[in-house]
Design a protein around this ligand. Structure first.
Ligand SMILES: Cc1cc2nc3c(=O)[nH]c(=O)nc-3n(C[C@H](O)[C@H](O)[C@H](O)COP(=O)(O)OP(=O)(O)OC[C@H]3O[C@@H](n4cnc5c(N)ncnc54)[C@H](O)[C@@H]3O)c2cc1C
Length: 427
């Protein structure tokens, strides 16, 4: 087998790069889509953790329209369970229903905020104090940070926060403390989702347009820089002219035997959390009216429960409901039990909190272990990436995508990243 321009990885980035060029994709799995794929069995559709499209990018929206993805617009219903109460997301705009002392701390912290000097902010903890005040930070943002990222907020930088943390006005904070404020906040207050076949239908639709240029079950196992060859499955060797990689940087550097020691050291500085997903379906409809609920307390193994049957009614056959439990782990967040026992533990916890009951029949149970979940933005990230990217540039490899750029990238950004990389290889 011979080829000229190779794309490693058939997730959204690789597929988009393929669509925007005449290059060939090599994907290690037997299916395409990467983390944006859907798992479909017996009429049940599960994504790899929550996946909704909230892009406002015209190019992406037009592309998906051209590809006839048939996206439906829906209103999000996101909630938080903390301090014994269920409140609307985001916490900083919706304290109604929380214990009075928590509401008091949050309001006072927001109004009498002493962290007013933007220039003094050096980390995510201080940023939270500055943006929302001590009450909101101490009662939600900081413990949530620890449960999700597995590291203390002081260790995180602030170059990833942008639209991810909507800051309500004082009027909204007060309204949200006094009444059930239904106004939506944040980028995904309304979201788009494919009418059928799950979020993965987006990747499938891109792949359909370039399907004779996608090879699956092809795991890149070695890159010979001198010969400009990639070895797949420790067996098949393909020569390349240009090489584009969407592989997680640690996986990419691992298969380049020539990579120097300082680059390997830089890789060892990269951090990410991992997400373990337990997917469950039961023989009862409408078990919840919500899209997802965050769980702050350490007593809950999961950080979030998602109800795919509410993301789209086509995610389950009539008469059934589905739940995805997302468990974040890594760093200071060890898993509470081994992976084989996690599903049972989650089911037990779901019964304890009355999401499912003993009489429900579990008709679908599966787990997905996402080793590379979310990239951790700490102080070591930027210099490490610079070192690795400079090296890749020197050996003519173009990294792209969420794990090639080692960034907090949503699906639309992955599509755009693939396009941008394709433009580099088609020059
Ligand atoms: C839990 C979770 C929830 C998310 N929720 C949302 C959301 O709600 N909305 C949103 O817009 N985005 C969301 N995202 C982000 C979105 O999934 C990503 O931005 C996007 O999928 C990244 O695509 P990618 O192609 O860059 O990476 P990937 O999807 O990781 O693709 C990389 C591909 O490379 C393949 N590969 C790895 N090693 C090799 C090898 N050696 N040889 C060949 N192939 C290899 C992998 O199998 C994979 O298919 C979420 C991500 C996660 C993890």
């Amino acid at each position: 087998m011979e080829s000229k321009t190779i794309i490693l990885g058939g997730g959204l980035t690789g597929l988009s790069a393929c669509y925007h060029s005449d290059a060939i994709v090599y994907e290690k799995n037997n299916n395409i889509g990467g983390h944006a794929r859907s798992h479909i069995k017996n009429g049940f559709v599960f994504d790899e953790g929550i996946h909704v499209l909230h892009t406002k990018n015209e190019y992406v929206l037009n592309l998906l329209k051209d590809l006839k993805v048939d996206l439906e617009v829906r209103e999000r219903s996101a909630w938080i369970f903390s301090h014994g109460s269920m409140t609307r997301f985001p916490f900083q705009a919706n304290t109604f229903g929380l214990p009075a002392n928590i509401i008091k701390d949050c309001l006072l912290g927001f109004i009498e905020n002493e962290f007013t000097d933007r220039k003094k902010i050096t980390n995510y903890k201080e940023w939270n104090y500055y943006m929302f005040g001590k009450g909101f930070a101490d009662h939600f943002m900081l413990p949530y940070c620890k449960k999700f990222w597995g590291v203390d907020a002081e260790k995180l930088t602030t170059d990833w926060v942008n639209v991810r943390h909507p800051r309500p006005s004082l009027k909204e904070v007060i309204t949200g403390a006094l009444e059930d404020q239904t106004k939506g906040f944040g980028v995904n207050a309304f979201y788009r989702y494919p009418k059928r076949k799950g979020f993965g239908y987006i990747a499938e639709s891109i792949a359909k347009k370039c399907k004779d240029r996608i090879y699956t079950n092809m795991e890149a196992s070695n890159i010979n820089l001198n010969k400009k060859e990639v070895e797949f499955n420790k067996d098949i060797v393909v020569s390349y002219n240009k090489l584009l990689s969407t592989l997680p940087l640690p996986e990419l550097i691992k298969i380049i035997p020539d990579a120097p020691e300082d680059v390997r050291n830089a890789v060892s500085k990269l951090k990410n959390n991992s997400i373990f997903v337990v997917n469950i379906a039961i023989n009862r409809e409408n078990i919840s009216d919500k899209n997802w609920i965050y769980y702050l307390g350490k007593e809950y193994t999961f950080i979030r429960l998602i109800f795919p049957s509410n993301t789209s009614e086509h995610s389950v056959p009539p008469g059934f409901s589905s739940i995805s439990a997302e468990i974040s782990y890594g760093h200071d967040n060890p898993l509470p039990t081994n992976k084989e026992k996690l599903a049972d533990r989650i089911i037990k916890e779901l019964i304890e909190i009355n999401i499912i009951n003993e009489k429900d029949e579990i008709v679908y149970l599966d787990t997905i272990d996402i080793k590379y979940g979310y990239v951790i933005f700490d102080k070591e990230r930027k210099p490490a990436i610079q070192k690795i990217h400079n090296y890749l540039k020197s050996v003519d490899i173009i990294p792209c995508g969420r794990y090639g750029l080692w960034a907090y990238m949503w699906s639309d950004e992955a599509i755009l990243s693939g396009k941008k990389a394709a433009e580099k290889i088609t020059l």
